[in-house]
Design a protein around this ligand. Structure first.
Ligand code: RIB
Ligand code: CA
Length: 316
């Protein structure tokens, strides 16, 4: 039986409860080789996103995973954070021990560049789950990496769903629209998981109960993260559960058949005070501009949660 080679990925993240579940999903999946985790300021400041990434790797029993701290602010804008969603630590919910793992030495952007220049060209997938600052800095610092990245699979943006931090903009893109603009113009193959698909991945009571029913301390921690994280969106959208955004990135790598989507041209608004951070997705191809992203639109939500629950069970 020919084994499919493991996909080599780097997760760039601003944990965030949903980032945490995405990292756990990746670490539980033998199809993926996580070369490292890079952190960026976003949901909470960099010191906390870095602490949180270490905590998640430790919770997964993966002290071997190098975690590199990256950009502490967007390229040009002043940092906007989201404690109102994720709590003051960014991982509010369960009480977990402070990490004993140390950050890897060096800057995340140097790790991204060094890894992409070392690994076989076209063999590394980048999985940004937060603002795209680190990715943009790597592309600007070393333009040769663009041709060496297999694909960027990112959570960000919104189409028909609109925005979540402003009426027009989704948080990750809004925090650093200039970085997003550089990434979407880079020519690198992109798969984009916008709010249109992540809002179909709701943390309903039954889905959280299934994770809690794993009966493990990790399952309990995840259930408490989801119960904390979902409150904001439940109040805002008036529906049961909140959208579990970031694990859509990892789930697409593992089981792309859970998703539908189409190749579209995507442009980023960087200037307008009214719509800065908006992702203008040409879903109907009216501009005639060449597609620069595969934009996800549909999700088998039950299959998505079955995958997450089954993989979380592997931590024992
Ligand atoms: O808008 C949702 C995105 O913003 C997710 O990545 C969440 O973690 C926050 O970073
Ligand atoms: Ca995130």
């Amino acid at each position: 039986m020919t084994m499919t080679p493991r996909k080599k990925i780097i997760i760039d993240t601003d944990p965030g409860q949903d980032d945490a579940v995405a990292i756990l999903l990746a670490l539980a999946s033998p199809e993926l080789e996580v070369l490292g985790v890079t952190t960026v300021a976003g949901n909470v400041p960099l010191a906390l996103t870095s602490r949180n990434a270490l905590m998640v790797c430790e919770l997964a029993g993966r002290r071997d995973i190098p975690v590199y701290a990256g950009a502490d602010r967007p390229l040009l804008k002043t940092l906007v954070t989201a404690e109102f969603v994720h709590g003051k630590t960014g991982l509010d919910g369960p009480t977990l021990p402070e990490p004993t793992m140390a950050l890897a030495k060096g800057h995340a952007v140097d790790f991204l560049i060094d890894t992409l220049m070392r690994e076989d060209s076209g063999s590394v997938i980048l999985c940004p789950l937060g603002p795209l600052t680190n990715i943009a800095l790597a592309l600007a610092r070393e333009p040769r990496v663009a041709a060496r990245i297999e694909r960027i699979v990112l959570m960000g943006g919104g189409g028909f769903e609109g925005g979540n931090i402003t009426p027009a903009a989704e948080f990750n893109i809004y925090v650093d629209p200039h970085a997003a603009d550089l990434v979407f113009r880079s020519g690198v193959a992109i798969t984009m998981a916008p709010l249109d698909v992540t809002h179909q991945a709701l943390t309903t009571r039954a889905r959280v109960a299934a994770i809690r029913a794993l009966g493990t301390s990790l399952g309990e921690a995840v259930a408490q993260w989801l119960e904390f994280f979902e409150r904001f969106d439940e109040q805002k959208y008036g529906q049961e559960g909140g959208p579990l955004h970031d694990p859509c990135v990892i789930a697409w790598l593992l089981r792309p058949e859970l998703f539908t989507g189409r190749d579209c041209h995507v442009a980023i608004e960087t200037a307008s005070p009214l719509t800065q951070g908006m992702t203008v997705i040409d879903w109907w191809g009216v501009t005639g501009q060449a597609a620069n992203a595969h934009v996800l639109g549909g999700l088998d939500a039950d299959g998505f949660y079955a995958l997450i629950t089954e993989r979380l069970a592997r931590f024992g």
